[in-house]
Design a binder for this molecule. Sequence first.
Ligand SMILES: C[S@@+](CC[C@H](N)C(=O)[O-])C[C@H]1O[C@@H](n2cnc3c(N)ncnc32)[C@H](O)[C@@H]1O
Length: 288
Amino acid sequence: MNTPDGQNRAETTDYNTVVKPDFARRYLETYFKSIDEDERRICTFLAEEYAKLVGNPEMIDIGCGPCIQHVLSATPYVSSIQLADYLDGNLDELRNWIQSQETAFDWTHFTEFILQLESADSSAKAIAHRESTLRSKVVNIRHANVLDESVIGEDKQFGAVGFFYCAEAAAKTKPEWQKTIANVARLVEPGGRMFIASCRNTNFYTVKTDDGKDEVIPTASVNEDDFAALLPNIGFSLERSRIEVVNVGMGADHGIEDILLLSLQKNGEKIDRDTTSDSVNTVINKAP
Ligand SMILES: C[S@@+](CC[C@H](N)C(=O)[O-])C[C@H]1O[C@@H](n2cnc3c(N)ncnc32)[C@H](O)[C@@H]1O
């Protein structure tokens, strides 16, 4: 299957050259001004699955884009959070939000929704508190390339790894997609958890351009069978995984009719670490 504009030739999508400029703002404006059905389902799934984290692990969100909504609900369960993406423009948006700049994207509607999912106080004060707790736990905003075997350029592993809508965005063919998932899986500690959201059975999604038209961005078309075939080969048992197919009905607007939600536990003994380390916000890599 080809994308509507006929692009689907190379094996990967280089977001620096293939995707139109100002992806970060356009992506935020297209998908996050309100809470779409896919995000409602992802946030609900994550609220349940993050609660299974034990030992206050370190977390990294790989290919996080300009977004913080998928780590907001992890905040109570992790000691520190790193945000990693390929595009500098996305990292700039994240720094804006961490630094509470006036131009930062407003995520308060997501924070309110996430607190409601937790049956917690969702007043303005509680929203501000959750957001400031997240800001204090983000210890690094950094570059990542999921197409590289060394995704973040160091050997570090994490007890919790988020990987949302990224593998199928960076890869266009199934072999490249498999490599991408395997590369990120290496970042997960033995016994640690990986959380994934993926488009299902589509080879594109759309992002609005400034003139109101849709930019069509290619994706690898994958489904639950592809994950089931791959996961045991890269250290995850299907018995200890939760994999759901969710109809979100956004096909007509954005090319995303169904999504996949995965909560995976890596084989091996969980590392018993000192959870007091590295929870101080020291290395935000602030832009000049
Ligand atoms: C559809 S967006 C998903 C963003 C966010 N995780 C979310 O759930 O909304 C795809 C993201 O993958 C990132 N990306 C594309 N190629 C990448 C690569 N080679 N390495 C790391 N991230 C990449 C893009 O910059 C973009 O932020």
